[in-house]
Design a protein around this ligand. Structure first.
Ligand code: PLP
Length: 435
């Protein structure tokens, strides 16, 4: 996992993209709290607007603080470029936007973040796009779902909520055979646990809201491009390969090569969809990323201890963490994310739906919130919250059955978290026993 610069991950997570401020020497990246940037003269302005010269025009498109974060995330993921935006959901739309058109579809995993299932099942239909959900453990099912209107294949590296790990190498082979980009949501793994581009992914999307920021302060998203996909190999991606009318017939792929997707994301995506990240959010996320590897080590170490403890407890029916040898995804996890299978998993209780609700209420250190990837430990009952909009079949397939809780393990002391889980299980279970 070394970078072409020769620097390792821990060095890059602190330094990539940043340099002392040229105006003041400020060592920490300043928050460039400005909407617009003064042009040197009329020719400079014209060159910027024509994309003949790179520079800052207006903060809906680019901002120096956000640019540092874009370069840092692209570097950590091993991509050519990245575009940051206002949320993880915005990143998904921004990633699909250049690929899709009315009548086109994507093939998506049936194990995804609940909000993504809703976005893909309902909202994108308003654009005339459609998602076909299949079991991504079965490459033949993915292959079989692809038709002539398919423009992307979409999965999560470590899938929400159950922590199932996608076999990215196998999925990348299916995508390559079909001439399609593989998009991987790497939110729950982060580039410290998994680097999807090394397994053949074309694009990586993030909700930077989660581990990259790390402390539950700001929402944000990112789209990273590997720069390796040949958008001109077929006529299926005209936004990237054909003349762009809004830029006097410029062809993005021909003109910008491996930066085509990134520059299209800024020059067309952010310009016209406006789902921009603000510089304050970029600053918080830059601070968070500096300690990403340190936090992820602790997240994973705590998760290993807690998952092993829960699995042995008779009040617990099942624990899904892919780091456990009992998980059907254990072998895939060792290959795709060898440093650990993340810090997110589900636990199902013998006491069913009612015990889950009581457990959520009895936990003291764990916060009951619709978030994950915080330094704090978090819990949610997906069937009554994040996955509420799904049908019972979709809930089951997504690993969010009514007897299931999702835990996002934080970086507190593992003994304290185990103690909290123990007392809450007693309360949840005790009431079950007495009726
Ligand atoms: C949270 C999350 C999203 C959505 O991100 P937001 O920043 O909340 O819009 C997408 N995918 C995964 C895996 C997530 O955890």
């Amino acid at each position: 996992m070394t970078h072409p610069s020769g620097y390792g991950f821990d060095t890059l997570q602190v330094h990539a993209g940043a340099r002392p401020d040229p105006a003041t020497g400020a060592r920490q990246t300043p928050i460039y709290q400005t909407t617009a940037y003064v042009f040197r003269d009329a020719d400079h302005a014209a060159a910027l607007f024509n994309l003949q010269e790179f520079g800052y025009i207006y903060s809906r498109l680019t901002n120096p603080t956000v640019a540092v974060l874009q370069e840092r995330i692209a570097t950590l993921e091993g991509g050519q470029g990245a575009v940051c935006c206002s949320s993880g959901h915005a990143a998904q739309i921004l990633a699909l936007f250049p690929l899709m058109a009315p009548g086109r579809n994507l093939v998506a995993s049936n194990r995804l973040y609940g909000g993504t299932v809703t976005q893909f099942s309902h909202t994108i239909r308003r654009f005339g796009w459609q998602a076909e959900f299949v079991d991504f453990d079965d490459p033949d099912a993915v292959r079989g779902a692809i038709d002539e209107d398919t423009r992307a294949i979409f999965c999560e590296s470590i899938a929400n909520p159950g922590g199932a790990v996608s076999d990215l190498d196998a999925l990348a082979r299916v995508a390559e055979e079909a001439g399609l980009p593989l998009i991987v949501d790497n939110t729950t793994a982060t580039p410290w646990l998994c680097r999807p581009i090394e397994h053949g992914a074309t694009l990586v999307v993030h909700s930077t809201t989660k581990y990259l920021t790390g402390n539950g302060t700001v929402t944000g998203g990112a789209v990273v491009d590997s720069g390796t996909f040949d958008w001109s190999a077929s006529h299926r991606f005209p936004s990237l390969s054909e003349p762009e009318p809004a830029y006097h017939g410029l062809k993005f792929h021909e003109t910008f090569g491996p930066l085509a997707f990134t520059l299209h994301g800024i020059a067309v995506g952010l310009r016209d969809l406006g789902m921009t990240m603000n510089p304050q959010a970029a600053h918080y996320t830059l601070l968070g990323i500096e300690t990403l590897s340190l936090r992820m080590q602790k997240h994973v170490e705590n998760t290993r201890r807690i998952a092993q403890w829960l699995e042995r407890d008779p009040r617990v029916k099942a624990v899904t963490w892919a780091g456990l040898p009992s998980s059907p995804w254990h072998a895939v996890a060792e290959r795709i994310c060898p440093r650990g299978a993340g810090a997110l998993f589900t636990v199902s209780l013998e006491g069913g739906y009612d015990a889950c609700v009581r457990m959520v209420e009895a936990l003291e250190i764990f916060s009951h919130v619709a978030n994950l990837g915080d330094t704090r430990s978090l819990v949610i009952h997906p069937a009554s919250t994040t996955h509420r909009q799904l049908t019972p079949e979709q809930q089951e397939a997504a690993g969010a059955a009514p007897d299931t809780l999702r835990l996002s393990i934080g970086i507190e002391d593992a003994e304290d978290l185990i103690g909290d889980l123990d007392q809450a299980l007693t309360k949840a279970d005790g009431k079950t026993a007495t009726g």
